[in-house]
Every structure is written in C-alpha cells, then in structure tokens.
Ligand binder design. Structure first.
Ligand code: NDP
Length: 241
C-alpha cells in the first residue's frame, strides 16, 4: 500500500508542485487548502489529488481534518507543513492583527498540524515531518518582522522536535526556499526583477517550485533516514549558512 502524505497549502504554488511530485513518487496525497475553492477544484481536476479544506491556524480543525484524512486514505506517514501567508508592513506600521495572523498560520500551524499526526508516527516507528520555512527566516527581511520571526521559529521547532522523533524513526526537517517563480513573482515589474532581485542570486535565476518539491521527495524517502533536524537552503546561493 502506498504511504499517505498530507501537504498543507498543497493546491497552489510551491505546495501544488510538492503534492504533484509526491503523487508521482507513489504517495497517496491529501492537499489541504484554506478557502480558494476554485483553485482546489481545478487542482483536483488536473491531478486527481484529493483536497481538504481547513485552516492550519485552527487547532481543532486540524485534529478533525487529520482524522478525516486517516479515515479516508489511511495513516499519515508524511506531513509537509507548507501553508504560509504574508502580511508585510514596516514594524512601526504593523498591526497586532498582521502579527497574529502570520504567527497563527506560519508558526502555530506547525504545532496544530504536527500534534495530531505525531503519536501515530511514533507508534508506527516511521514518519517524516517536512516544513517549508524561508530564506527570510534565516536572514530577516525589511517589513517582515512577523514573517521572519515565524519562519525562524519553524527552524527552532524542527531542531527541537527532531531530537524527540529520532529514536522513534520520525525525522523532522525544514527547507528554506529563496525566490521561487510562483504567481506572486509574476507581479513584480521587469525592471525590479532584473535590477534588484536577480543580481542578488548568484545562480542568476529564480528557483522553480519543482526544485523545492524534489527536496521534499528526497527528505520523505527511506534514503533520507539519517537526515533529521536539518535545514536545506534552496536559494540559488543568495544566502549561505
Ligand atoms: P501560495 O500563496 O501560492 O499558496 C499558499 C497555499 O497555502 C494555498 O494553497 C493556500 O490555500 C494555503 N493556505 C494559506 N493559509 C492557509 C491556512 N491557514 N490553512 C490552510 N492552508 C492555507 O504560497 P507559496 O507557494 O508562495 O508559498 C508556499 C510556502 O513557501 C509558504 O510557507 C511560503 O512562506 C514559503 N515560501 C515561499 C517563497 C516564494 O518565493 N513563493 C519563498 C520562501 C518561502 P488557498 O488556496 O485556499 O488560499
């Protein structure tokens, strides 16, 4: 029987590429999304991947959602915490709501989603928790105190939990993408792209969502069993740690 993988934010952008790559690698995938029914419907029509709607910011909804996925598809072997949002503003203008929304989704979302799958992974002596952090959680970014703090928190979560999962065969890792060629990037003016963004990236181009997805497929595999608590920086050389 194929292993079950949950990908949060798995219907669009980087998450859609991750869901698709995991399916191609033989996993049964459940892609979770928050509210964009249209995109989710189109994604299922195109890929045949099942979608589930709940917010990773809601602890009870995550517990109920995971239980539903397990009833439908079987025990979860792989969790990809990919769902993430931005609410950018310079700190002096940042509202408490902008801070809280980003923390609730990008940081507490990891707790809310990992907590319900963790006991089963430990019992079965196998599990993979892979979280998509960000280069901006490593280096900081203007107008992103909320986002950078949450994404840096994701790395602390990963390193601490990896120590707890190690003896139980559960690995916990993070990936920090740099600039990735998603919908968001297509709105950036060509001049800004060519004169500001690309010169910061030694490889000279944006990353592709599929390049992040291939990192996930590797970390999910049996071959990656000795890798835990680690961070893969996939950023074209933009920031080296
Ligand atoms: P997108 O904005 O393209 O997609 C976000 C996905 O997450 C959607 O499926 C969305 O659902 C879902 N989502 C958002 N909030 C929630 C929530 N509360 N509960 C459940 N699902 C939710 O994101 P990207 O592909 O750009 O980013 C994916 C991840 O990669 C994020 O964590 C981001 O921070 C990180 N990242 C992205 C980079 C980039 O260049 N794009 C660079 C570095 C890191 P719906 O469709 O319903 O809105």
């Amino acid at each position: 029987m194929s292993k079950v993988a949950i990908v949060t934010g798995g219907t669009r952008g980087i998450g859609a590429a991750i869901s698709t790559a995991l399916k191609a690698a033989g996993y049964t995938v459940a892609a979770v999304y928050a509210g964009n029914d249209e995109a989710a419907k189109a994604f299922t029509a195109e890929t045949g991947i099942a979608t589930y709607k709940w917010s990773v910011a809601d602890y009870d909804a995550c517990a109920a959602g995971v239980a539903q996925v397990e009833a439908d598809l079987g025990p979860v072997a792989v969790l990809v915490n990919n769902a993430g949002i931005t609410r950018d503003a310079p700190f002096h203008k940042m509202t408490r709501q902008q801070w809280t929304e980003v923390m609730d989704t990008n940081l507490s979302g990891l707790f809310n989603m990992t907590h319900p799958v963790w006991p089963g992974m430990r019992e079965r002596k196998f599990g993979r928790v892979i979280s998509i952090s960000s280069i901006n959680g490593q280096k900081g970014q203007f107008a992103q105190t909320n986002y950078a703090a949450a994404k840096a928190g994701d790395l602390g979560f990963t390193k601490a939990l990896a120590q707890e999962g190690a003896r139980a065969g559960v690995t916990v890792n993070a990936i920090c993408p740099g600039y990735i060629n998603t919908e968001m990037m297509s709105t950036i003016p060509e001049k800004v792209m060519n004169e500001v963004i690309l010169p910061q990236i030694p490889v000279g181009r944006l990353g592709e969502a599929e390049e992040i997805a291939r990192c996930v497929v590797f970390l999910a595999s049996d071959d990656a069993g000795f890798i835990t608590g680690s961070t893969i920086s996939a950023n074209g050389g933009q920031y080296m740690v």
